[in-house]
Design a protein around this ligand. Sequence first.
Ligand code: ADP
Length: 489
Amino acid sequence: MTIATLQQDAPAALQLSSLVDGEWIDGRDIAPNINPSDLSDVVGEVSVATRADAEAAIAAAKAAAPGWAAASPYVRFEILDRIGSEIVARQDELGRLLAREEGKTLAEATNEVSRAGALFKVFASEPLRATGERLTSTRPNIDVEVVREPVGVVGLITPWNFPASIPAWKAAPALAYGNCVVLKPAELVPASAWAFAEIISRSGLPRGVFNLVLGPGREVGQAIVDSPDVAAVSFTGSQATGRKIAQACVARGARFQLEMGGKNPLVVLDDADLDLAVKAAVEGAYFSAGQRCTASSRLIVAKAVHDRFVEALAARLKALRVGDALDPETEMGPVVSQEQLDIDLSYIEIGRQEGAELLLGGDLLTRPKTGFYLSPALFVGTTNDMRINQEEIFGPVATVIQVDDYEEALAVANDTGFGLSAGIVTRDPKRIRHFKAHSQAGMVVINGSTAGMDFHAPFTGRKGSSYGPPERSYFAREFYTAAKIVYGS
Ligand code: ADP
């Protein structure tokens, strides 16, 4: 199957396989990659990699590591820039593929692909900017040098909700700083990762420097995490898997970095611009079908504006166009899978049983094509101790928590085991200043949506959301390089 077929309306299934040591390899079984907007559309057929394939990928990366670590910074620049340029040039076609396999809208998917390409271009010039430091020793005739070296082989384990940008924001800095990569994307989104790997395989990167393994987390992912030859693991996914990965990495002394979701608050105060608040809530809680770690699934609203906010939000949600991700009119696509749909529906039931009022949504929707369509659900009359306010649902389900004043809003916003993003809508500079200082989230947004951060800015959470240095921007160097301190004259 050639890449040109991606552009057709009803293309035949792509044959998706893993890239190990520069070769496309056959796996053990074949698994279908299904379009959640149209279950009759098979996006791809995945040749599923095994533990042995992952081990071969790690061995290839290990063998390629010395050469890539020693590669000229200009060579690294040219290759990464070439990869980024091709991704950007093909953003419409790759965005369509992403929307087909994940279910986010075409606009969201195309934008994500363009950001993924930009991330390669941003990190392309990092090798040319690398600097060291020299300290004055306390002893005579000795210099103290601080240099940065690649870590070695890095394992990148990524989730399904950002099939292009998360692999890009891990792989681009990993390669730029001279590491070799084994990427294991989520099982639900093999096609976007495969398309990237196909571009990378033609970029001039030496064989073995970048490897892709398409396989199950418990087998292929676990092989990466357990391998003594993988020096560092960067993971984005669920808290449960993140904790397992942390234990395995601690046990063998590997470096690791985890991004594990959120239960993010959007605070709406009594002086808020309500149009802006509703826009921020809809975008933050429901765009990408709520399947973003930064989604504002808890809407914390001051009593004085509660009823007006809820009424306006409900009206907007009733009008939200839920449909096929590829239809340009669609504002919210389907949820990603039957499993995720079942989770969403189970939390809607849990919310009801906890005494929350389901004001609207949570219904399975019928569309011309059969898919995982769920209407946006809004709970009101909730309290922060309910499970629907403490556990990450990862679907188009948000709750409203009414509070008396700013002080209570801040306390409720921070009363969570997560700490990824937080937002506030208010016109009061004093409360803005206070919220910026006292929010316990890694990323704070004033008068905007809690989701959709700039691709070139650091990305980080606190508490149960993240572990290790922030991702992206200049922080990426902390994770993808190891410092060496050299004493001598
Ligand atoms: P989600 O519930 O959003 O799918 P997961 O944490 O299960 O999140 O998955 C995120 C990524 O972690 C996926 O690529 C998945 O295959 C991988 N994964 C799952 N289990 C393991 C594991 N035991 N070891 C390594 N990776 C895993």
